[in-house]
Design a protein around this ligand. Structure first.
Ligand SMILES: [Zn+2]
Length: 403
């Protein structure tokens, strides 16, 4: 089943209310009333409906309010339904149950080589996910997998899964859905598959450092390579077929290193964790978490090891050039850097922001904030967002959940 798109009419009023509560933008009934622009009676009816659906808790204790009149707190029900999120990356897997509010209720992660047969991959993921769900006894609204590859929309196909060696055109969403269904996991709101950095961007927008940004650009040096995501007015920008924002394949050096895409000098190969480790004179581990090693080396060695600093500064320069190009095209109001790029910003904030400004036609004039991603497990949380979306658009959909 394809992820149900929002209806042409947009989310229902109850959906808008649930989204505000979910994203932490309304903590009381009075805040909901003012944000929805409706009467207190209408808000009362909506919150009662969301409570009866098992989605929120309305706490009659004082929660603020005006002129000494307390307003009821409204929060996601901590025992409510969950979305099932799975993540596959070149060094392993993670699965999680994620409630409203982006709260991870249960999580399991493990390092393992990822088989070249995607059916085996999703079988392993589905086994762990089904077990997590059985143990938690929470109801499941939908399931989504975030993957280190672009995924087409609406088909859910990985045209070329460059980092995990899956066959071209693998029907990843179908495979994920089939393996979960085989293990008895029902997902009334649908099964979906999403690119990992797109998932991170969505999670950061709703629950992290990207809150309230209108045009949020996210760039992440992940386990392998570099990816990008763009959230426009709260929704992922995916292009015409889901393949947009492959920012990792922006070239910053036509004579640079060859990239898996066939070009040279892409951000993917000039600013990723492997490039940094090699430039710093470290051997790449044959198997294992390259990303963790690169981040640890940056944090520990930037101030004390000249070779580490030189390698990091060279990446800062290339990243600044690529980032400026993206900013010039998109004109975002906030930029977030994640993975190793976030760590780079933490150790060299001045040089990185300076490099961006140097390559911008507006110099420092545009003054776009460049900050670090703030969430742990943003990939899982973002995948869960896509699974939750149909319910956030229309909460009564939850009625079709099996008990
Ligand atoms: Zn490339």
């Amino acid at each position: 089943m394809e992820l149900k798109p929002a209806t042409l009419a947009g989310p229902t009023l109850a959906g808008t209310a649930l989204t505000l509560i979910h994203a932490g933008r309304a903590a009381t009934r009075s805040e909901l009333t003012s944000q929805l622009g409706v009467t207190r009676a209408t808000t009362g009816a909506i919150t009662a409906e969301l409570r009866d659906l098992g989605l929120i808790v309305v706490d009659s204790g004082p929660g603020g309010g005006h002129q000494g009149r307390p307003s009821h707190r409204v929060v996601p029900d901590p025992e409510g339904p969950v979305a099932l999120a799975a993540q596959v990356h070149p060094d392993g897997y993670a699965v999680a149950l994620v409630g409203l509010g982006g709260v991870i209720a249960a999580r399991r992660a493990w390092h393992a080589p990822v088989p070249a047969d995607p059916g085996l991959v999703f079988g392993e993921v589905a086994e762990a996910a089904a077990d997590l769900l059985r143990t938690s006894r929470r109801r499941c609204v939908g399931a989504a997998a975030c993957l280190p590859t672009a995924v087409t929309r609406p088909q859910g196909t990985a045209i070329r899964a460059l980092y995990v060696g899956w066959p071209d055109g693998s029907p990843v969403r179908e495979l994920f859905a089939a393996e979960l269904t085989r293990r008895g996991v029902a997902a009334p709101a649908g099964f979906s598959a999403v690119n990992d950095v797109n998932a991170i961007a969505l999670a950061e927008h709703r629950h992290g450092a990207g809150r309230d940004a209108g045009h949020l650009l996210v760039l992440v040096a992940e386990h392998r390579g570099v990816g990008g995501g763009l959230v426009l007015d709260g929704s992922l920008y995916t292009g015409s077929t889901g393949l947009a924002m492959e920012a990792g394949h922006v070239s910053v050096d036509p004579y640079g290193r060859p990239c898996v895409c066939g070009n040279r000098g892409c951000l993917n190969v000039e600013t990723d964790a492997a490039r940094f480790l090699e430039s710093a004179g470290r051997e790449l581990p044959a198997q294992g978490p390259i990303l963790d090693e690169a981040i640890a080396l940056l944090r520990d060695g930037y101030q004390t090891d000249a070779r580490v600093r030189q390698a990091a500064d060279a990446i800062v320069e290339r990243l600044g050039l690529g980032l400026a190009g993206l900013i010039n095209v998109i004109n975002p109001d906030r930029v977030l850097l994640g993975g190793m790029h976030g760590a780079l910003l933490a150790v060299a904030p001045g040089p990185l922001r300076e490099a961006v400004a140097r390559h911008s036609p507006w110099g420092h004039g545009a003054a776009i904030p460049v900050e670090a991603c703030s969430l742990d497990d943003a990939g899982l949380i973002g995948a869960a967002e896509t699974a939750w979306q149909p319910v956030l658009d229309n909460p009564v959909l939850i009625r079709s959940l099996p008990d």
